[in-house]
Design a protein around this ligand. Structure first.
Ligand code: C2E
Ligand code: CA
Ligand code: CA
Ligand code: CA
Length: 279
């Protein structure tokens, strides 16, 4: 038993070393990833339930690491936030997403907007509204075709400076969405203070909606609240037709999820929308 125990510890040590080594490799690689063109945006369609049309796309960042292959954002975004690299990476994301969405307007995807995820670290920068304005100006994208997704935590912490930063963004004419709605804070007072356009109902409430009465009650309440406040509600993580139909019955405005499509490379996204609208 004693030998086994030691072997167990050694195994644990090795695994820890491996994890630390992997982290250091990611961290070192991240510094060069932007210059080396290793990032790519994928686009996941957002469907309007009433018209059946694709009205937007969420831009989701992918890192094609030379040795490790595709690294998912959950692994490298926290690192990039910690090192501050999320600032240049996020600026690249905005620039790319705006250019792509501007191109769609002439390619038969007229009216399709783009939603970009923001990290709190980006919003802390005084010049962040300039970054957004520059991306809009260089791409020629109409501001109301760009939506910025923020989580509740961003709006709760240091609300005062945030209020000013978000007012400047709203003044540009862009839209704001609250991401992962319902998972963050019990206080909803920020909804009064910030000019939000859309609530994104978190996947954790949506996934089993068709067979979970609790989730049903929460989703119903969120949709009703959104509508009372004049906001649109979009459900993320829709994987089955049963969930889609339940959302339709509850009056949800829009859906996003694997049922419709996974996040797709830009060309595949454009092809998907054309096919979907032709069908
Ligand atoms: P998120 O903003 O909540 O994005 C939705 C995530 O759910 C995406 O994961 C998407 O691929 C996944 N998803 C979409 N539909 C379904 C579904 O039907 N079922 C399931 N199980 N999952 C679905 P992804 O692409 O791995 O992104 C993870 C997170 O990384 C995002 O969560 C977001 O917080 C962050 N992220 C991604 N791109 C960016 C970016 O450009 N900037 C920043 N700051 N964060 C980003
Ligand atoms: Ca999001
Ligand atoms: Ca989300
Ligand atoms: Ca999330």
């Amino acid at each position: 038993a004693k030998a086994e125990g030691r072997a167990g510890w050694r195994f644990f040590d090795e695994r820890m070393n491996r994890d630390v080594a992997a982290l250091l490799r990611l961290r070192a690689g991240l510094r060069r990833a932007l210059d080396r063109g290793e990032f790519e945006l994928h686009y996941q369609p957002q469907l309007d339930l009433a018209s059946g049309r694709v009205i937007g796309a969420e831009a989701l960042l992918r890192w094609n690491h030379p040795d490790l292959g595709r690294v998912t954002p959950d692994r490298f975004i926290p690192l990039a936030e910690e090192t501050g690299q999320i600032v240049p990476i996020g600026a690249w994301v905005l620039e790319q997403a705006c250019r792509r969405a501007a191109a769609w307007q002439g390619e038969g995807l007229d009216g399709v907007g783009v939603a970009v995820n923001l990290s709190a670290v980006q919003l802390q920068r005084d010049d962040f509204d300039h970054t957004v304005a520059a991306a809009l100006a260089r791409s020629g994208l109409a501001p109301d075709r760009l939506e910025l997704e923020l989580t509740e935590s961003v709006l709760i912490k240091d609300a005062e400076p945030r209020l000013a930063a978000l007012s400047r963004l709203k003044a540009l004419g862009v839209r704001l969405a609250i991401d992962d709605f319902g998972t963050g804070y019990s206080s909803l007072s920020y909804l009064k203070r910030f000019a939000v356009d859309r609530l994104k109902i978190d996947r954790s409430f949506v996934a089993d909606l068709a067979d979970a009465p609790d989730d049903d009650a929460i989703v119903r309440a969120v949709i009703q609240m959104a509508h009372s406040l004049g906001l649109r509600a979009i459900a993320e993580g829709v994987e089955t037709t049963a969930v889609r139909e339940r959302l339709r019955a509850l009056g949800c405005d829009e859906i996003q999820g694997y049922l419709l499509a996974r996040p797709l490379p830009a060309d595949a996204f454009a092809a998907f929308v054309r096919d979907h609208h032709a069908a």
